[in-house]
Design a protein. Structure first.
Length: 155
C-alpha cells in the first residue's frame, strides 16, 4: 500500500513538472507585433478584339485615392486580371511597365482566362502579343493602396 502511494506521488510530481515546463515555454519573451493585412486585390478586365485591347479600368489611382473612403480600392498592389479573347488569333496579354513584364497564358480565339500580378506605381503598355494586330492600351497605376486590415467581409 505504501508503494502505491509513493507511485502516485511520483506520477503527480512528474505531471506538475511537465505542466510547468509547458507553460514556461509558452512565452518566448519577445514582443510580437501583428503585420498589417495587404490591400484587397483590384479587378481588371481586358477584352482583346481584332482592332484593339480594351482595358477597364484604364486608371487605377489618381484623384480617387485622395478620398479615404475609396483608398482601399485604387492604386498599386495585387491585381486579378480577367481576359476575353474576342479576336481571330491567339492572344498573349502582356503588361510592360515599372515591374518586370507580366505575361498571361496564351488564349485561343473565343476563350477567356485570368491571372494575378502585383502592380507598382507607373504607366504600363498592355499588348496582345506578337500574333495579334490589336492596338495596345495604356494602364496608369497610382500610389500603393492602403491595408485591408479592418475591412469586413473579406475572405
Amino acid at each position: 500500500m505504501q508503494r502505491s502511494r509513493s507511485h502516485k506521488a511520483g506520477t503527480a510530481l512528474i505531471g506538475a513538472l511537465s505542466c510547468a515546463a509547458i507553460f514556461a515555454g509558452c512565452d518566448s519573451g519577445d514582443d510580437f507585433e501583428n503585420l498589417q493585412r495587404p490591400a484587397s486585390p483590384i479587378e481588371l478586365t481586358a477584352a482583346v478584339t481584332n482592332e484593339k485591347v480594351k482595358l477597364g479600368p484604364s486608371k487605377v489611382n489618381t484623384y480617387e485615392c485622395a478620398d479615404p473612403a475609396l483608398g482601399s480600392i485604387c492604386g498599386a498592389g495585387l491585381a486579378n486580371v480577367t481576359i476575353a479573347n474576342l479576336s481571330d488569333t491567339d492572344v498573349v496579354l502582356n503588361l510592360d511597365g515599372p515591374t518586370a513584364a507580366n505575361t498571361a497564358p496564351t488564349l485561343a480565339p473565343a476563350t477567356n482566362g485570368s491571372f494575378k500580378l502585383v502592380l507598382e506605381e507607373g504607366d504600363y503598355e498592355v499588348t496582345a502579343g506578337p500574333e495579334s494586330r490589336a492596338k495596345s492600351a495604356t494602364l496608369v497605376v497610382g500610389p500603393e493602396r492602403s491595408s485591408a486590415q479592418n475591412t469586413l467581409l473579406l475572405p
